[in-house]
Ligand binder design. Structure first.
Ligand SMILES: NC(=O)c1ccc[n+]([C@@H]2O[C@H](COP(=O)([O-])OP(=O)(O)OC[C@H]3O[C@@H](n4cnc5c(N)ncnc54)[C@H](OP(=O)(O)O)[C@@H]3O)[C@@H](O)[C@H]2O)c1
Length: 339
């Protein structure tokens, strides 16, 4: 089979990958093998390429958290899908390949006519948003919700899930083009954080009431700054550290220091919840939660609540360009790579 290998850390996408022949993976009794039509990119892939993602396998490595394709083989214990079904799948690396193997609970049957880009968006990005906003914490009607990186893949999903719950949504992004997009998907208060200080903007809009829920994939100082505008009884979901820019201990310490030193007593006094999210750990230790997320997300998709935005479709030969586009911070929604 063909597979895309990351061959070195720290290079631009256009120099970091090679498409090679690889041995086809075999399956365990609780696994499914998929003949993939496409795979999606996630920001964690960019971090892995830069060498700043701890869970990345040793090089040469096949990255990837998701694919869409047709079930080719199922293990003896698998009952939720059958050979020939079109599925989306959440993977623990290994999805930048023509044949992909994953746990049966990380697979969801889907309709044949769903475009590849929308399908792969529903896997990691929508499942992360779903888990973060339904399992880790909850959001209630009329609550004020701040979503950082709101025009991205996970961000778009969080906006739609918050609007479905009748929340008032504040979304940050870094360009006027992205702000137009945020308005188009229903963000009530889009904030261009390059031009406006988001903390000041929220204080102007909310005064002492602040916001009830914050989703933060940026981490470091952004987390600490966001905490200052979290209301009593508020919930904060840190789920990434995209502010880490390069390899090396100094860069790591800068982000770690930015998060600040906090004591649990502060959470008690303010009645605040901080719920960290890492979908890889969930996939490793609680695959049944991934199945619940996939079912919930797919249900929302069929009801028209989840509406993935596909911001770029690339042939596999242009995997490097796809990566560079996601890293450029110009992308909106999902980037998909087709075989
Ligand atoms: N914990 C988990 O299990 C989990 C799962 C999925 C994703 N994530 C995290 O969620 C975040 C979003 O992932 P995604 O795949 O949906 O990507 P994405 O949001 O489509 O793309 C990343 C976006 O982050 C924003 N950003 C803000 N500060 C940044 C910085 N210093 N460096 C780079 N980007 C910055 C950029 O938008 P603006 O320039 O408009 O701000 C950029 O376009 C990532 O941090 C990712 O690691 C975590």
């Amino acid at each position: 089979m063909k597979a895309v290998y990351l061959t070195s850390f720290g290079k631009p996408g256009s120099q970091a990958f090679e498409i090679r022949e690889a041995e086809e993976p075999s399956i365990e009794p609780n696994e499914v093998k998929i003949n993939a039509q496409a795979f999606g990119l996630n920001y964690a892939d960019v971090m892995a390429r830069k060498g700043i993602y701890n869970d990345c396998p040793e090089l040469p490595a096949i990255l990837g958290y998701e694919c869409v394709g047709t079930v080719e083989e199922i293990g003896a214990e698998v009952t939720n899908v059958k050979t020939g079904d079109r599925v989306i799948a959440f993977t623990r690396f290994g999805s930048y390949a023509k044949k992909v193997v994953t746990h049966s609970m990380a697979v969801q049957k889907i309709d044949n006519d769903i475009p590849n880009g929308e399908a792969v968006a529903l896997a990691t990005q929508y499942c992360t948003a779903w888990f973060a906003s339904n399992e880790a914490i909850n959001m209630y009607k009329g609550e004020h919700v701040l979503i950082h990186a709101a025009a991205g893949g996970v961000g778009t999903a969080l906006v739609q899930l918050a609007k479905e719950k009748d929340c008032i949504v504040y979304g940050t992004a870094s360009s006027s083009r992205k702000l137009d997009y945020l308005k188009s998907i229903g963000v009530d208060y889009p904030i261009n954080y390059k031009e406006q200080d988001f903390e000041e903007e929220i204080r102007k809009l909310r005064g002492k009431k602040k916001v009830d829920v914050i989703f933060d994939p940026i981490g470091g100082k952004n987390f600490n700054k966001s905490l200052k505008i979290l209301a009593y009884g508020g919930r904060m979901v840190p789920y990434g550290a995209s502010s880490r820019e390069r390899k090396g201990i100094l860069s790591l310490l800068k982000v770690a220091w930015g998060f600040g030193l906090h004591l649990p007593v502060g959470n008690i006094m303010k009645s605040q919840i901080w719920a960290g999210v890492n979908m890889l750990r969930i996939a490793d230790y609680k695959p049944e939660l991934i199945q619940r997320c996939l079912e919930g997300v797919y249900d929302f998709y069929t009801k028209g609540i989840a509406k993935p935005h596909v911001g770029g479709v690339y042939p596999v030969s242009q995997i490097g360009d796809a990566h560079d586009f996601l890293e450029s911070r110009k992308s909106i929604g999902k980037i998909v790579v087709e075989w």
